[in-house]
Design a protein around this ligand. Sequence first.
Ligand SMILES: [Ca+2]
Ligand SMILES: [Ca+2]
Ligand SMILES: [Ca+2]
Ligand SMILES: [Ca+2]
Length: 239
Amino acid sequence: MSKYILLASLISTPIVANEIAFTPTTIKIDGIAESTWDQADWHDIPYLIQGEQPSAADFSGRYKVLWDNQFLYVQAEIVDDILIDKIADPLERYWDDDALEIFIDSDASGGNHQFNHTAMAYHIALDNQAIDIAEDKSPRDFNDHLVSQWKRSSTEPNHIIWEVAIRLYSNDFTDAKPLPPMPLKAGQKLGFMLAYCDNDGSDIREHFVGSHDIKPVNGDKNRGWIDAGVFGQYTLKNQ
Ligand SMILES: [Ca+2]
Ligand SMILES: [Ca+2]
Ligand SMILES: [Ca+2]
Ligand SMILES: [Ca+2]
């Protein structure tokens, strides 16, 4: 191959990082990865946000994302040696039990979302309830925003497949005026990030590990629940 042909082939190679593929087939949220997922790429969950770096058997994970006009679909494959939900009240210290945390900014507006809903940080517990902070600074459930189901692997019991279908809401969604979900459209830009809170029996969570490397503020990388600017930026790919 001449260097000119090589150069031309490099220039014409499309860059598809940070695109989310469309699925014409609805994903069934049952904790079983159907073949429809095969079209999506795996992404790792490697970055320690808080606590100690876990071994691969203690926690490791990866995830895929797809979309259709109603839902953003997430499949997380989680390895966790001990699943624990020791704080029974779903609104109390929900981050100190095992939880899949999905961060979504439906228009990639970024900015502070700690006490508003311009972006969401859904803490999905083992009972599949999704908690985030309301505008009055108290925790509330957003169970009508998503459907969640996980299941252990029959061959590797410490592996769980966790499927979530999430509706998206505009910046104008408020607790007093909960607007209906918005349809998803090709070309739409999203902020997205995923993390796992791992506790195996301690008083507080032992590891908090995420999909994106967060720039610390005063040494603190736990910024996702406050600042949507630390999420990854994605585009919904054409159908
Ligand atoms: Ca499924
Ligand atoms: Ca663990
Ligand atoms: Ca937003
Ligand atoms: Ca655990």
